[in-house]
Design a protein around this ligand. Structure first.
Ligand code: PEP
Length: 252
């Protein structure tokens, strides 16, 4: 099933979260062929969790630490997320990598912890503009996937991947459907190899300036299984318009 994930980043207060969900839930209430996930900021998780009970929208977190509890000031643990019915966690988002200095080895610990705790990780990978211009797109992505999944390669079916070229995030410039599809194909080949064929259930999402006007051409790509959406997910109506594009091209 296609997967679409809203990454609200550091946006929306509790009140704004309530208002958003009050508008968004009725729009998508009958959708059962696209999996919809919202990742609010930590402060809104409880409210969202309550609001999404008995709904077809799932809850995700934008990050987490890899320990269950302890002296880790400012961090949030998998146990805390599970208590709020969080089913997904974004890990290795480019803003975590490039603004907060998260490296592959830390991201790998988080991936392992998420799997152990039954929270499905979405490993975000993607090259910077400089790396793209140097022709390093494929080697960067291969490194991020191999290092990110080290030790849990055989568990690939319990992980999703988001390919987000850093130069496309929040810029309004998305990858071309052809380029994105080629990278997704490459990602699926690596996953198949490292997992020894245990990655049929791994979805590879595209992220980076997805909006309703480019969603249909991107989703036509054979290897694109859904989207991670930032800016366009902040408005319930524009997020819903992207979901509608997915519903029109249903892959079994
Ligand atoms: C993101 O940050 O995950 C993202 C895809 O952002 P945007 O849609 O704004 O490019």
């Amino acid at each position: 099933m296609y997967l679409i994930v809203a990454n609200w980043k550091m946006n929306k207060t509790v009140k704004e979260t309530e208002e958003y969900l009050a508008e968004f839930k009725p729009l998508v209430k009958d959708i059962d062929n696209v999996e919809i996930v919202i990742t609010p900021p930590f402060t809104s998780l409880y409210t969202a969790s309550e609001s999404l009970k008995d709904s077809n929208i799932k809850l995700g977190s934008q990050n987490m630490f890899y320990k269950d509890s302890g002296a880790f000031t400012g961090e949030i643990s998998p146990l805390m997320l599970k208590e709020l019915n969080v089913e997904y966690v974004l890990l290795g988002h480019s803003e975590r990598r490039h603004i907060f200095g998260e490296r592959d080895d830390l991201i790998n610990k988080k991936i392992i912890s998420a799997i152990e705790n039954g929270i499905r990780p979405i490993l975000c990978v993607g090259e910077t503009l400089e790396e793209k211009e140097q022709g390093k797109t494929f080697s960067v992505i291969e490194r991020q996937i191999r290092n990110g999944l080290a030790g849990v390669e055989r568990e690939a079916n319990y992980i999703d991947i988001a390919y987000e070229p850093v130069w496309a995030i929040g810029t309004g410039v998305s990858a071309t459907p052809e380029d994105a599809n080629n990278v997704h194909k490459f990602i699926k080949e690596i996953l198949d190899e490292i997992s020894s064929g245990n990655s049929q259930k791994t979805r590879v999402l595209y992220g980076g300036s997805v909006k309703s006007s480019n969603a249909d051409s991107l989703i036509k790509g054979e290897f694109i299984d859904g989207f991670l959406v930032g800016t366009a997910s902040l408005n319930p109506q524009s997020f819903y318009e992207i979901i509608q594009k997915l519903m029109w091209i249903i892959k079994v």
